[in-house]
Design a protein. Structure first.
Length: 77
């Protein structure tokens, strides 16, 4: 059921993005030219070109400290 919710939210986000692009311009050709500018950052940030591990390499250190901090909080309870 959770996957259905994720797919639904993703679909609604895509529809909303399409409506924003179509409301900003009046000419269909201009909208067609804007679509790649909107989709390229999504492809890059979505992990299709760069693996998440490479994209968030510096976050591993932050995650280690966060995990250690949470463990110390649980030990004090």
């Amino acid at each position: 059921m959770i996957y259905l919710g994720i797919v639904f939210i993703t679909a609604m986000g895509g529809v909303a993005l399409g409506l924003v692009v179509s409301s900003l311009v009046s000419d269909p050709k201009t909208a067609a030219n804007i679509v790649p500018l909107v989709l390229i950052p999504q492809i890059i940030m979505g992990g299709a070109l760069i693996k998440y591990e490479d994209m968030n390499r510096n976050l591993a250190l932050v995650y280690t400290f966060t995990r250690g901090f949470r463990a110390s909080e649980q030990g004090t309870k």
